[in-house]
Unconditional design. Sequence first.
Length: 538
Amino acid sequence: MFEVVKTTPYNDQKMGTAGLRKKSKVVMQQNYFENFLQSIFNVINPQGKTFVVGGDGRFYNDIAIQKLIKMAVANGVKKLIIGQKGYLSTPASSNLILKRHTDGAFVLTASHNPGGENGDFGIKYATETGGQCSGAVSDKIYEQSKQISEYKIYTADDINLEKLGTQKLGDMEIEIINPINDYVEMMAGIFDFDAIKKLFANGFTVVFDAMNAVTGPYAIEIFENILGAKKGSVKNAIPMKDFGGLHPDPNLVYAKELLATMFGDNAPDFGAANDGDGDRNMILGKKFFVTPSDSLAILTDHYNLIPAYKNGIYGVAKSMATSTAVERVAKKHNIGYYEVPTGWKYFVNLMDSKRITFCGEESFGTGSSHIREKDGIWAILFWLNIIAATGKSVEQITREHWAKYGRSYYMRFDFDGIATDVANELMKNLENKISSLNGKTLGSFKVALAEVFTYKDPVDFSETTNGMRIVMDDGSRIVFRLSGTSSSGATLRVYLEKIEHNNLDAQSRDMVDELLKIAMDVAEIENRTGKKEADLTT
Ligand code: G16
């Protein structure tokens, strides 16, 4: 039975850098999820269309998926392709959009944010491009959500999400698929699986931390079952609603267990982790951490070792806040190079127009045009393929890279939980004075460029401003921006980079110390937020 349910708007359903991200308890409010989904449907007209549906298994996923199914029937959707148990990683869903030529996807995830009833929930909406919807579309959805007065739903029993195969609800077809198979097939088509199998057969050891989130089953299949890594190499492999209390953000602060293993005695040769929905990655060697910015540069430099890229790549892009390590690689290889605002969606036009093949961000995201999202397992397989082909360790590969291209010492300082108006004021104040810093001397640095970062998309010519940067005449940089993925309050991110060609063995914290002082001072961080230091440093 179809029902039209009266509702009232919530006025806070504006998507951030990657979809809508809120506290679970906010999303659990009456009609909250329904309002947002109906707002999307009202904008995209879903009649006769096919969508991929899945999530990272977090709290409320099961309930939200059932609501989504019933609302899809009532809104005339033709078909939903759903991962078994409602599981699909973000990269797997992007692959399915492209492979099955669907009209888009709904991925229920708050990515690297913690889960559970007191954690976060989120909804990513992707289009037929395989990537998340544009800012213009999300603005329209936000406008709808502020006016919404009713939503449509079909009354029926819940669908069994365990049972593979096709079933019908009303006039809509529902296909429940194995969430892993298509993804594995894609990875096997990109990398030299035989070379990686040999590497493991020769005793190479690895530990992969799935952080009790969605990539556990993918990692067991790929690393252990197919490639032959020792059983038990994949840790925290079973997706849990609250991620077993872990914060599924693969970085130096939250991947504690993995770091203890990799920096302990008898560390394996290689360590890696993914985030909640499997699009972020962290790479470690024995007692050695690779920054995401370096990882992008190193992968790009070694493209010719990978079967799918050995005939050449178009170019590479990074978010502005990401270090310039990859810029030096792009110059050397004479390939296209682009700098975009933070948010994977800005890479999509560059990939579709064959301007780039690889892209990455400092926030532990790396990927290529095989899909239109960043891809955690792809990055790990890329590293394993390089190691298999060169016989070198993670540390050796990285140190040789620094010797060849110089080292970008790079750190990010996050000031969390700032009241939104205080954060906005801080940014406004900085914006007002940023251009006056041009040519000035700050400490031992001379400013070469100080500006609000503005990006003009070369394909659709849309303009986006995102954060500010101060570039010194030796290439060192300070970048300021507000996070677009906080579920409440505001987070100020300060990104620091110092480039060195000779001094390659220092501590990053020492190398960026003066830049940090300048950043604190210029942005009046302590004065305005009361914070003497960052809450989180990665
Ligand atoms: C999302 C986007 C990324 C972006 C990140 C930035 O990541 O998909 O492209 O780099 O947010 O986050 P913030 O705005 O907080 O700096 P994810 O993994 O959360 O989807």
